[in-house]
Design a protein around this ligand. Sequence first.
Ligand code: AP5
Length: 216
Amino acid sequence: MRVIFLGPPGVGKGTQAEFIAKKYHIPKLSTGDLLRESVDRKTALGKKAKGFMERGELVPDDVVIGLVEEKLASPECQNGFLLDGFPRTVTQADKLSGFLEKMGESLDHVVYFSLPRTDIVKRISGRRSCPECKAVYHLESIPPKRDGVCDVCGMALIQRNDDKPETIESRLAVYQEQTEPLIKYYKHRGILSELDGSGLVAAVQERLLVLLSQPR
Ligand code: AP5
């Protein structure tokens, strides 16, 4: 299966991507995770991306496209993949479509996660994650067993730099301006399905499984 998860920041794409990638035995390619890893490792790419990410802006297309194409060409992606957070601009979507065409492949689903803005802000501002094993929690809806401590590896949880209130607004504006046009882009190609992202994680998961099991 070749699938894209599209939607605003904090809507729950990453949470569901973990589950779907395991369920369908496909690699999850999250450009946000890949970029954060590069920033942590202080690689040349990470140094380029850091400022953009901290300001809540998109990292330039050429940087992200190079990163994704390298991954998609690798053997682990030959039988499918889940793209979480890519593409995010029309240029990225065009490049992806050219790449897949060249490989003789096509997308099975583009899932657009929708959620009211107030819920999005609540999800982002309550998010805490583990700097070591990358597990993601939420202060209210998915709290760790011990306050501020990762259930999996015992590390102290952190708040992402770009999850601070001042950056949330700019991420949402960037999403609206640069990524929202992809809804029309994929609708026009007949491969977009909208998923109601509200409710408990398990409820969203159930709706998602039904959606992915249907031929588009
Ligand atoms: P990225 O990491 O991709 O961030 P994002 O798209 O803004 O998405 P998030 O990770 O914020 O949210 P999510 O939808 O995965 O939600 P989650 O499941 O964590 O990108 C970060 C930055 O990298 C960008 O700003 C940009 O600079 C750069 N970048 C990345 N890709 C790029 C690209 N293609 N081009 C250019 N730049 C790029 O859930 C959120 C919270 O809600 C969590 O706390 C979770 O526990 C909780 N939650 C989840 N589901 C539920 C539920 N059903 N009920 C209650 N709580 C829930």
